[in-house]
Every structure is written in structure tokens, then in C-alpha cells.
Design a protein around this ligand. Structure first.
Ligand code: GLN
Length: 550
């Protein structure tokens, strides 16, 4: 157990959701880490789900996967990118997980006949989880973002636990940051502070006086507004920061520093800060320089929803910055594509990406896009489902396996026949070049039952992938049920498909590539989760290089 006692920063939100509380928390983490402190982060979500694995990405945003296999809220992706650091299962806690362990303990009789209650049992569990995450390494600071907004009944146990933490850990070791929104009223041409005041009052009614107030606003504010907020919220003016919406979220840490927020936090918690590392400042300067645009098509069944493919979009942007271009992202609707002329619909693209996905909707449109990329020699990156469909497309149109498909696409047939182990006669006629793993055939639960988290992969020399990574052994994160079907490996290889990466035992195909093409790579894993803003990701970087050359 590390001897160091970590400092805790709790980040809450008020007035409305979608304020960018995650970016704010991640930016505080960035500011402290880039000034020499060792920082960890954690997100509490009030949903009764056990994890984010079963949540619909169209409603809740992408499911982010950590190296140790947590299916987490997309905010963890922001944290990893801003912290430039891998997080763990301990960093993502939903109410369902808390209750799951309490109920298991209750069933084992561990409460010795006592009633199990929100206070103290749920709150103790929340505090335990906080301390476990904070002390799993010798962290100086542990930042906890509490999901939802203050005043939500569902989030009470987290806020109450945060309140108790100052009592338990000492007042110099715990800091509260509250993020609010200042709405603009056109009639009086004014930015209003009342909802923010009320939100701080709600927080105080639970016993938390915020130390730092971050006020998000989309409008210019009049002089004296900070003083007014200070008067009504009891937060010192120096600890109130106005945070306007900016073109790039990566600017936020530097804005915090211009507002001297790092100093306020450090003084309050007794932390020593060094000078900022220059890499982030350089990154922001690069983002802000004007650069030529590069058009990349992202083919999905959910279009224009940035949150749904958050990490893919951030990985593309980061790779573009490496290549001194700006990303012009074109959202391509895979369902629409099915009824259009692909040549016309996909015109003007310098690169095509098919990201991960589940289910049968829009699949044939994605296959059309992949065929278009392969035949027209447009740089292509397939991620998870995008790799599986690249195999299907290659099998159908190059290897002559006309009925090639993924077992997932026969889902309806499979369901009718009561489970994946059963194959109907019509499904038998199809060739499942992508199929369910043998040891997963009997699994019926949807949560936590996929190949999840980091897996090692060995690359074939003389491949696009080896060239990109510059090493033979890599590790990338997975989240999928289906796999490349080894029964077809030889046939597809003979037709020219390159198996560029496998698990170390050679059993699971991780990367496929196509020769005689400027750049065509499909990966069974989600390369986007390990992309970082400062370095980009090897595969995304090389995709963008090839797209720039195209
Ligand atoms: N639906 C596919 C599978 O389960 C791909 C999943 C994904 O793209 N994440 O294997």
C-alpha cells in the first residue's frame, strides 16, 4: 500500500446536463499532471446499470473500453486522452455496480441481521471505491467526476459520499469543484446567474460548499458578474472561472491556466506545481494554426452524432494534426448508401473508415463502401465490425465465396432457432467467414460477455501494420463477440488476403490487409481507444498519411 495520502477533487455539475463536466474534470487532471503531479481519475454514474456495456451508443455515446476490460462511459476516453494515461476498471463506477456488490454481501449474510441502507452502507461502498482507485498507485491527486446534476435524486449517494470524504480525509485534502451554466436572456441582453446560485444552494443543502466554481457560458458577460456570483455562492472571486465554449476542447487546460485555476487548486490543497510540460502547449498551437482540409468518410448507422463515435473522431483528428492537415469529416449513412450509387455517394473522399458496430442494420451499405475503397484504391481503415465486413467483402468479391457473410448478419435466423448454436438450413447455405467463438456459443447474457480489453497481437513483417507500429508485438483493446473463422483462412489467404496480425498463439486473426492497394487495413480491435492527442495512433497516422497522398 503506498504511504502517500492522495488529495481528492470532486467535480459536480449543476443547472443542466451536457455542460462538458467531463472535459472540465479531464482538463483539471491535465493541468496538474503536466505540472508534475501523479493523477488518477474516476467517474461515478448514477444509472442502475452495472456498466456501460449494454447502453445504446446513439443515446448515451460510445462505450469506451479500458485495457483491463471495463466497458465504460465515454468520459473515460476524454480522461485517458487528457491525462495521456491508461485507466482501469476502478475508474468507472455505476450505481448498479455498487448495489450489485452490496446485495451479494447481503445474501452472504455479511450484514449480520442489520438493515442495509443508503447511509451508511451505500455511501461507505462509494467511499471505499473512491479510496481504492485513489491508492492503487502513489497518486498525488485523485479526481472524481460525479455524473448527472446536483439535485437529481438518483445521484444523492455519490454527493453525500463526497461530502463525508472531507470529514474523513481532512479539510485540506478534499476540494470541491462545481460546474454550472449561465444562460443568456435575449430580452434583457443579459447572462443570468440565478440558476447557478440555486444550484450552489442545492449543493450546500447537502453540506458541500464548493471551493471552485466553473461557469460555462456562450455569451460575453458584463463586469461585476464574477463578484455577483461570488456574493451569492460564497466562492472567492479568484476561484470562479468563466469558461466560454471554445473551438477545441483541448484548449481548456490552457484556459484554466490563464485563469490561474491551477494555482488556486494547488494552494488550497497544498500541492507544489512545476512549470508546464511544453507538449500540450505545442499541440494547442498546432490545432489553432490553419491547415489544409482532408476529407475522410465515416460510414455508420448513426450519423452526425459525435458522441457515438467519440474516440474514432478524436483519433482521426489527432492523426490529421500529425500530418499538418485538418479533418473534414463526412458522415456517411450506411442505410442510405444501400439505395444509392456508391460512386456518386462516396465521391471526393481521401479515406474511408468503417467503425465498430452491432446488429444487421446498414450492413450492406458498409460492405458497399468497403468494396468502393478496395476497388478504387482509397485508403481504408476498418475497426472491429469494419474489419469483419472487410473480410466478408473480400470473400464475396475476390475469393468467390458468393454467400459469404458474418454469423451476426444471420442473427434473425439464429434467434428464430433459439440460440447461436443452432443453424437453420437457410443459414447453412451462407458461409460464415466471421463467426461466434466456440467458447461463447452458450452465452445468453448481453452484459460483459464479449472479448474485452487489451490483447497482445503479433504483427507480420512486411505489412502496413508493422510499418505503422514499427514493432512486432502490440497490445490493443477489444469489444466484440464474433471472430474471423479459421476454416476460411487458407482459402482467403490464397485469394490474396493478408493476415497481418494474430494473437501470439496464432489462433485469432487480429488484422487483415489487402495487397496492391495504397493502404487497406482492418483490425479486429478498437485502435481508436489508444490514440492520444499528442502522438496520434500508428494506424490512424498512417491512414491519414496515405489519405493525404491519395
Ligand atoms: N458486432 C461485432 C461483434 O460483436 C463487432 C463489434 C464491434 O464492432 N465492436 O463481433
Amino acid at each position: 500500500m503506498p504511504a502517500k495520502k492522495p488529495k481528492y477533487i470532486f467535480v459536480t455539475g449543476g443547472v443542466l446536463s451536457g455542460l462538458g463536466k467531463g472535459i472540465t474534470a479531464a482538463s483539471i487532471a491535465n493541468v496538474l499532471k503536466e505540472r508534475g503531479l501523479k493523477v488518477n481519475m474516476q467517474k461515478f454514474d448514477q444509472y442502475i446499470n452495472v456498466d456501460a456495456g449494454t447502453l445504446n451508443p446513439a443515446e448515451h455515446g460510445e462505450v469506451f473500453v479500458t485495457d483491463d476490460g471495463a466497458e465504460a462511459d465515454l468520459d473515460l476516453g476524454h480522461y485517458e486522452r487528457f491525462l495521456n494515461q491508461n485507466l482501469t476498471t476502478n475508474s468507472s463506477i455505476m450505481t448498479g455496480k455498487i448495489y450489485q456488490s452490496l446485495i451479494a454481501r447481503e445474501r452472504r449474510g455479511e450484514y449480520l441481521g442489520k438493515t442495509v441502507q443508503v447511509i451508511p452502507h451505500v455511501t461507505e461502498e462509494v467511499k471505499d471505491r473512491t479510496r481504492i482507485a485513489a491508492t492503487m498507485d502513489d497518486f498525488d491527486v485523485h479526481i472524481v467526476e460525479i455524473g448527472g446534476t446536483v439535485g437529481d435524486d438518483e445521484g444523492f449517494h455519490f454527493i453525500e459520499a463526497a461530502r463525508q470524504m472531507r470529514l474523513n480525509e481532512g479539510k485540506d485534502n478534499v476540494l470541491y469543484v462545481h460546474v454550472v451554466f449561465l444562460p443568456y436572456l435575449k430580452a434583457s441582453d443579459e447572462v443570468k446567474t440565478k440558476p447557478a446560485q440555486n444550484s450552489v444552494r442545492d449543493l450546500r443543502s447537502i453540506g458541500i460548499q464548493p471551493d471552485v466554481l466553473i461557469a460555462r457560458t456562450d455569451h460575453d458577460v458584463k463586469d461585476g458578474l464574477v463578484e455577483k456570483l461570488s456574493l451569492y455562492t460564497n466562492v472567492e472571486p479568484a476561484a470562479i472561472m468563466l469558461l466560454p465554449t471554445v473551438p477545441s476542447v483541448y484548449q481548456v487546460p490552457l484556459m484554466m491556466e490563464s485563469a490561474h485555476l491551477h494555482q488556486v487548486i494547488a494552494d488550497r490543497l497544498g500541492l507544489k506545481l512545476q512549470d508546464r510540460q511544453p507538449a500540450w502547449t505545442k499541440l494547442v498551437a498546432k490545432i489553432q494554426t490553419s491547415k489544409p482540409h482532408l476529407t475522410i468518410g465515416l460510414v455508420g448507422k448513426y450519423t452526425t452524432m459525435l458522441d457515438t463515435y467519440a474516440s474514432v473522431v478524436e483519433a482521426l483528428k489527432a492523426a490529421c494534426w500529425q500530418a499538418d492537415v485538418d479533418l473534414n469529416l463526412r458522415w456517411l449513412d450506411s442505410e442510405q448508401l444501400e439505395s444509392q450509387d456508391p460512386d456518386a455517394y462516396l465521391q471526393g473522399l481521401s479515406g474511408i473508415v468503417v467503425p465498430g458496430g452491432f446488429g444487421t442494420r446498414g450492413i450492406e451499405g458498409k460492405i458497399l463502401a468497403i468494396k468502393h475503397a478496395r476497388e478504387n484504391k482509397i485508403p481504408y481503415l476498418g475497426l472491429c465490425l469494419g474489419m469483419q465486413l472487410a473480410v466478408v467483402e473480400f470473400a464475396r468479391h475476390v475469393a468467390g465465396i458468393k454467400q459469404a457473410t458474418s454469423q451476426e448478419l444471420d442473427e434473425e435466423i439464429i434467434l428464430k432457432n433459439n440460440g447461436p448454436a443452432q443453424r437453420s438450413s437457410s443459414a447453412d447455405e451462407r458461409s460464415w467467414v466471421i463467426h461466434i467463438m466456440a467458447d461463447q456459443k452458450t452465452i445468453t447474457d448481453k452484459g460483459g460477455t464479449m472479448r474485452l480489453g487489451g490483447w497482445d497481437c503479433i504483427l507480420a513483417e512486411d505489412s502496413f501494420s508493422y510499418k505503422a507500429y514499427g514493432k512486432k508485438s502490440i497490445r490493443e483493446r477489444h469489444r466484440h463477440r464474433y471472430e474471423f473463422n479459421n476454416d476460411f483462412r487458407e482459402q482467403l489467404q490464397n485469394a490474396g488476403l493478408i493476415i497481418a496480425g494474430t494473437t501470439p498463439d496464432g489462433n485469432l486473426v487480429e488484422i487483415v490487409e489487402v495487397k496492391d492497394h495504397p493502404w487497406f487495413v482492418g483490425v479486429q480491435y478498437h485502435a481508436e481507444f489508444t490514440s492520444r492527442p499528442i502522438t496520434g495512433h500508428p494506424l490512424f497516422n498512417d491512414l491519414i498519411k496515405a489519405a493525404k497522398a491519395y
